[in-house]
Ligand binder design. Structure first.
Ligand code: DGY
Length: 324
């Protein structure tokens, strides 16, 4: 079995791959053309990929690989249709990063509403001269209304946490309210709202949708204007779901109170002016970044890759039909 690992993954991932076959790790990040050539070279069964490796039509066109094992739950870096047409299975790492990412969504809400970054900077710069009644006043999280956009695993785990903070939790999904059996133990504890209503009424609007053609710039200037001026936008999903230039303008104009972001439209670059805004909490895409989560992701990713290389259906395939 021959694996191309575009960027080394944590243990036990590399050991699982090395025990199963030959592993090539390039010395530096592959360009699109280098990735295309390797995928078409016939030298590899599976590519173990990062969300920064783009598998578009051009890369996949003449690919001879059996699979792409993405070291992420998201797979918007892969043109799955093109992969399926080519008979290439795409694997991902669902489930294991749910809690860690929901923790980061809560952290972003708390940090943004309570001006944590500003307060830390103020203190470190020697600004703290003692307790003051009106020092760094923020917004309440406890008791506030959280609007979840999308209601998959991470949104649900965020709902659990928010309920523990006494928040009112509302969600929106395409196709209307979910039946009680699909809400599981959250039935009766969360409320459905349509998109416009959710935008208008949320104190925190938290994004939990995959990046697709439909969700690209889902949050644009119009939506930002429709939010409460006291509301915060939270994004732990994918950057391009938000029009980041419009977000900077809305934050500057006071159309919303703040934003807590772990993902960006053009990572690692930030929209002009974003980093200068005090009412933001900006993290470098660390939603799943705990030692144990990253190592569990690595094990899943490697197991997916080994199964694909053996010609077996991997434990987590996003397009099993590619092999039917
Ligand atoms: C994912 O898994 O999709 C995250 O964005 C990175 O862990």
């Amino acid at each position: 079995m021959r694996f191309l690992v575009t960027t080394p993954i944590p243990e036990p991932g590399m050991s699982i791959l090395r025990a199963a076959g030959d592993v090539e790790v390039p010395n530096q990040r592959l360009s699109a053309e280098e990735l295309r050539l390797r995928c078409a070279s016939g030298a590899f069964d599976v590519v173990v990929a990062q969300l920064t490796d783009v598998f578009d039509k051009a890369v996949l066109e003449n690919a001879t690989i059996k699979g792409i094992s993405n070291y992420a739950v998201g797979y918007d870096n892969v043109d799955v249709r093109a992969a399926t047409r080519r008979g290439i299975v795409v694997g991902n790492t669902p489930g294991v990063l749910t809690d860690a990412t929901a923790d980061i969504a809560m952290l972003l809400m708390l940090a943004t509403a309570r001006r944590c970054v500003e307060a830390d900077g103020f203190l470190r710069a020697g600004g703290y001269q003692g307790w003051q009644p009106e020092l760094l006043l923020g917004h309440d999280v406890s008791g506030a209304t959280l609007g979840l956009v999308g209601f998959g695993r991470i949104a649900r785990a965020t709902a659990e946490r928010a309920l523990g903070f006494g928040m009112t939790v509302r969600y929106t999904v395409r196709g209307g309210a979910l039946p009680a059996d699909r809400l599981g133990h959250l039935a009766g504890r969360v409320q459905y709202a349509d998109w416009d209503d959710l935008v208008r009424t949320s104190d925190f609007l938290s994004l939990h949708v995959p990046l697709t053609a439909e969700t690209h710039h889902l949050v644009d200037a119009r939506i930002l204007r429709a939010m409460k001026p006291t509301a915060c936008l939270i994004n732990t999903s994918r950057g391009p779901v938000v029009d980041e230039t419009a977000l900077v303008a809305a934050l500057r104009a006071g159309e919303i109170a703040g934003a807590g972001l772990d993902v960006y439209e053009d990572e690692p670059a930030l929209a002009d002016g974003l980093a200068e805004l005090p009412n933001t909490t900006l993290l470098p895409h660390i939603g799943s970044a705990t030692r144990s989560v990253r190592s569990t992701m690595a094990a899943l990713c490697a197991e997916n890759a080994v199964a694909m290389a053996r010609g077996q259906m991997p434990p987590h395939a996003v397009n099993p039909e590619a092999w039917r």
